[in-house]
Design a protein around this ligand. Sequence first.
Ligand SMILES: Nc1nc2c(ncn2[C@@H]2O[C@H](COP(=O)(O)OP(=O)(O)O)[C@@H](O)[C@H]2O)c(=O)[nH]1
Ligand SMILES: Nc1ncnc2c1ncn2[C@@H]1O[C@H](COP(=O)(O)OP(=O)(O)O)[C@@H](O)[C@H]1O
Length: 201
Amino acid sequence: MIDVGTGVESGSARTGRPRLTVVSGPSGVGKSSVIDELRSQAPDVYFSVSMTTRPPRTGEVNGVHYHFVDLGEFRRMVDDGEMLEYAQYAGNYYGTPRMPVERALAAGRSAVLEIELQGARQVRESMPEAQLVMLLPPSWEDLVERLTGRRTEDSELVRQRLDTAQRELAAQTEFDATVVNADVRSAADELVRLVTGHGSK
Ligand SMILES: Nc1nc2c(ncn2[C@@H]2O[C@H](COP(=O)(O)OP(=O)(O)O)[C@@H](O)[C@H]2O)c(=O)[nH]1
Ligand SMILES: Nc1ncnc2c1ncn2[C@@H]1O[C@H](COP(=O)(O)OP(=O)(O)O)[C@@H](O)[C@H]1O
């Protein structure tokens, strides 16, 4: 049984008890941007690399941003119990490989999963001590602007993601903490405190 820890008073991911933090938030809120900043501020933290059936975007590297797999391989991992959680999102499957997360926690490293709402709920069920954090946009208008401004999805996919975003924002009360991403650096600073144990849970 992995101890995901609570009440850690230390600022280091390698001291105190390791904790698992789930970061969720609507598409376009700035999860990747904030987590990139967090990565540089918290080098001891393990960041999970998800499996996905979504095709890579320009600039995305297999094994770094995601493990890009076909549906057959994804299903095999689910069937073999290799996923900590998984979900279907905007027509594709996404899942967290279980083993690397369990290894990191067992080795005393805190870990971060950047996943959507259904996955966050599954982690809450299977690892109740995990800390759930939702990243919020300063306003709905900001979210729409960021998602459309990124130009990685066509208008139908943007519409789907905004529909899902409304449901995700409505679920923020299920989360232990919320962080408003008005500014990437400040949001990452707040997240560092939560992930490394200076947070509220
Ligand atoms: N449940 C689950 N969701 C994931 C996982 N990896 C990524 N996601 C979520 O899937 C959604 C879509 O991700 P992506 O296609 O990269 O688009 P983006 O977040 O809009 O840039 C986001 O909400 C991610 O947080 C995973 O392993 N499990
Ligand atoms: N605090 C912020 N202020 C303004 N724009 C931002 C901010 N954070 C992220 N962005 C921009 O919003 C867009 C979506 O960010 P991204 O990190 O891809 O979101 P997500 O991973 O949540 O889908 C990107 O173009 C990014 O540069």
